[in-house]
Write a protein that binds this ligand. Structure first.
Ligand code: GLC
Length: 452
């Protein structure tokens, strides 16, 4: 019988089949949840960075009004319950025909971020208004249809990669320009979005961060398939850090919460069990200030520094936003403020970068950061006198001001009482305490010392 005449052939065939099966990429592995250690390692650079630059920019800068939100067409599925489907805005939707930002120089933007002490950049590839700032093959509503005709995402990602600056993409799942978005059956739109994400996540080298900005109303998983969107990002850019907005407004689903929380236009509260990043604008303008606003005002320096200190002491990052003008330049008043923050960071950077917020909660008095056996006290009200710290696990060896002034410390019942005198400005009131061993988290709170 032939079967008996070639037994070895069956063995060989079986062996070949077995090898083929075992050497196939194992998809179930890819779907395995990431271990806490692997996640910590992936997020390490981002947590150490503490301070990044957000950039909101597209042709809306020509109008000097808020990006997307100033569009008068409809905003389907959004907070105003606008009707389904695309409704044209005869002005906003045609701004791109005049968009020609010839002064755009990606290297200058990256240089400014560096001078500001910012350690990563996140750029709006597509905001809710649907205009695309890269060479997408999936719509003509993009930078390639303007007189400028240059791929901004490409130039900026190249400049970042060259400068060793981690680069992140903001992509709005909401799209108020696409005819297939928000019409009831959004499957065509989802194909479009998936195609665009594939372009962005494969054609621009390493993407360090993906910043989504909500789908609009509708169930995140059964309707928007947000779980698949996240899986696509993980597959194409496995190291990317992802925010928590690959989600609809209505339901907050734990498995869609990404790597970090995103308090918006406010300093996040002391939260040490999950990473977070406050996104805030350097410009104050009614209902936003994310993009270039002719009616905006740059926030004062002390506000920017306090915001950064508030984030770092709360164990979070700050993603500070700028809005380039229609010529492609980050306006001088915004740039100047950023450079001032950078100058502050040159002096005080070691109390911010590579630190953790804590080891005890921050408060109105200020807050603390720590790294190993060093603790940095950011005193917001040094004029109010001595601060009594909660009991710590280590012995104080040394106390010094990072910028002049004299530190006075006393030990009171195992608690350290600290005051700073002779500082020049309240923004200089950062004190470095050195201990005999690495610090661990403390349960108590700091308070002004009212003991005799
Ligand atoms: C909001 C706004 C938007 C901005 C974003 C940044 O959700 O819709 O304009 O881009 O927040 O956090």
């Amino acid at each position: 019988m032939p079967e008996l005449r070639f037994p070895n052939l069956y063995i060989v065939l079986f062996a070949v089949f077995a090898i083929a099966v075992t050497s196939m990429p194992c998809h179930s592995d890819a779907a395995q949840p990431e271990s806490a250690a692997a996640r910590d390692a992936r997020l390490k650079w981002w947590r150490q960075a503490r301070f990044g630059m957000f950039i909101h920019w597209d042709m809306s800068s020509l109008a000097g009004t808020e990006i997307s939100w100033s569009r008068k067409g409809s905003k389907p599925l959004d907070i105003f319950n606008d009707p389904a489907g695309y409704v044209e805005d005869p002005v906003y939707d045609h701004l791109y025909e005049r968009f020609n930002p010839t002064k755009f120089d990606a290297k200058q933007w990256v240089k400014l971020a560096k001078d500001a002490g910012m350690k990563y950049i996140v750029f709006t590839a597509k905001h809710h208004g649907g205009f695309c700032m890269w060479d997408t093959k999936l719509t003509n509503y993009s930078i390639m249809s303007t007189a400028f005709h240059r791929d901004v995402v490409k130039e900026l990602s190249d400049a970042c990669h060259e400068a060793g600056m981690p680069f992140g993409l903001y992509y709005s799942p909401r799209d108020w320009h696409h005819p297939d978005y928000g019409i009831g059956d959004d499957s065509k739109y989802l194909d479009y979005m998936t195609g665009q994400l594939k372009e962005l996540l494969t054609n621009y080298g390493k993407i360090d961060c993906v910043w989504f900005d909500s789908f609009g109303h509708g169930d995140s998983i059964s309707y928007w398939h947000a779980d698949k969107v996240l899986a696509l990002v993980r597959e194409l850019q496995p190291q990317a850090v992802i925010n928590n907005r690959c989600n609809s407004f209505a339901n907050s689903v734990p498995e869609l919460s990404g790597d970090f929380d995103t308090p918006e236009q406010r300093i996040g509260s002391y939260q040490i069990d999950r990473p977070w990043e406050s996104c805030m604008c350097v410009v104050d303008a009614p209902n936003g200030g994310w993009s270039y606003r002719t009616d905006g005002h740059v926030k004062p320096l002390d506000n920017c520094i306090r915001t950064l200190q508030g984030c770092a002491t709360g164990d979070g990052n700050l993603l500070l936003d700028v809005g380039p003008d229609p010529t492609g330049i980050i306006p001088q008043d915004q740039a100047d403020r950023l450079i001032e923050v950078g100058a502050w960071l040159k002096k005080f950077g070691r109390s911010i970068y590579k630190t953790q917020g804590g080891p005890f909660a921050n408060g109105e008095w200020g807050g603390s950061t720590f790294a190993g056996n060093r603790l940095y006290l950011h005193l917001f009200q040094p004029e109010k006198g001595a601060l009594l710290l909660p009991a710590l696990n280590a012995k104080l060896l040394h106390a010094a001001s990072l910028s002049g002034g004299t530190v006075k410390c006393e030990l009171k019942d195992n608690r350290i009482s600290i005051s700073l005198i002779g500082y020049k400005s309240a923004l200089d009131a950062v004190v470095e305490l050195t201990f005999d061993r690495p610090l661990s988290r403390a349960a108590g709170k700091a308070a002004f010392d009212t003991t005799p």
